[in-house]
Write a protein that binds this ligand. Structure first.
Ligand SMILES: [Zn+2]
Length: 374
């Protein structure tokens, strides 16, 4: 008997100890852009691959030393060539909670702004039709041409042909909300902590971001073609500030999205809606139930949110999958698309079911004056 009790106690202790032993709840994959035969953009004294790695290694150290329960995986820790597809595969295999690709920007030496342009920008996946954003992605995607069998690996994709990018328009990153939240947090800190000019959160079709299945961003620290910015990024103090900025951004993102729970790692929760409003008693205008507040309720409308995109999509677009009279509202850097308007959550239920057959992640939101409220 005593033996049995001993066993029960021991197994309870082991059960309690188990989560602690495997607790590394938050996995960050840091992806220092370029490497090896691919130097990335060139400065006058150094190159992009060197700056990216320096900042990435500092960020790794900060995360490992200072952020609780955080595991860091690097797509490269030395000066080696890693194909784009392998970087994304790596992050997926590690079940990363977030993917942070680090780069330095550059523009053509023919541009009169070549030595003057400056500022940081954080990108999420998307097809922005502006030439500037597309050209940044084209330059970063160009590295796939350094692989002998690139046209097989990337399914005939030609990084330097504008037509190739049309297919990207159909791609919806399922973690777009979280990616934008992370991008905004990091961008903010690149300005506040690292003193960079704010070039904003942007969207562009980066191959490495298409293939990742977790919230993913690509950071362009600053412009290496501007000698002053190059000196800053290459310096010890500068690279430390940049790493600190990304660290602070990740920390704020993590705090804001509550990704601290040991039970529900972010990569598992990411596919679910950020929040679903609590059901409220159904009210109609001629009802005077004490649980209804007609004055407030008249202004509140429930809608079915089914899609997030970086840009405005026109009515009748294929991406709406046949849904008509779609409405939208802006939220941070994204445009959120909604269907229908209902006086209550319950009233939206049967349409929600229908919308979910086309958009499984659709959920009901509460709005007032066309804006989401919580
Ligand atoms: Zn790059």
């Amino acid at each position: 008997m005593r033996h049995t009790i001993y066993h029960i106690i021991m197994s309870m202790l082991l059960l309690c100890a188990a989560p602690a032993a495997m607790a590394k709840d938050f996995t960050v994959v840091i992806d220092p852009g370029h490497g090896g035969k691919d130097a990335g953009a060139l400065g006058t004294r150094t190159n992009e691959k060197t700056i990216n790695l320096k900042v990435a290694l500092k960020l790794k150290e900060m995360l490992e030393k200072e952020m609780d329960d955080t595991k860091v995986e690097m797509t490269r820790s030395t000066d080696v060539f890693v194909p784009l597809q392998k970087r994304a595969d790596f992050a997926n295999n590690k079940h990363a909670d977030i993917f942070v690709s680090i780069h330095a920007n550059s523009i053509s030496s023919k541009s009169p702004m070549h030595r003057k342009i400056n500022g940081a920008a954080v990108y999420t996946l998307g097809l922005d039709r502006s030439d500037t954003n597309l050209s940044v992605a084209m330059r970063e995607n160009e590295v796939m041409k350094l692989e002998a069998d690139y046209s097989t690996t990337y399914q005939g994709f030609d990084p330097s042909s504008t037509e190739s990018y049309i297919a990207f328009e159909m791609m919806q990153h399922k973690n777009m909300d979280q990616s934008i939240a992370l991008a905004e947090a990091v961008q903010n800190q690149l300005v506040r902590t690292a003193g960079r000019k704010n070039n904003g959160v942007r969207q562009a079709p980066f191959w490495v971001l298409v293939r990742t299945s977790m919230p993913s961003i690509l950071v362009e620290l600053d412009f290496i073609c501007n000698p002053t910015m190059e000196t800053f990024m290459a310096s010890d103090a500068g690279s430390t500030k940049l790493a600190r900025a990304i660290y602070n951004g990740i920390e704020r993102y993590r705090n804001a999205s509550g990704v601290t729970s040991k039970k529900y790692p972010a990569h598992k929760r990411a596919v679910k809606p950020v929040s679903t409003p609590e059901p409220e008693p159904e009210c109609s205008s001629d009802e005077t139930s004490p649980s209804c507040k007609p004055a407030d309720a008249s202004a509140i409308v429930y809608k079915i949110q089914f899609l997030t995109a970086p840009t405005v999509i026109r009515q009748g677009d294929k991406r709406f999958k046949g849904l008509k009279d779609v409405e939208s509202y802006r939220d941070g850097g994204a445009v959120k698309y909604t269907y229908g308007s209902y006086p209550s959550v319950n009233a939206a239920a049967s349409d929600l079911k229908k919308v979910k057959t086309k958009f499984p992640d659709a959920f009901v939101i509460k709005t007032r004056d066309g804006k989401r409220i919580k």
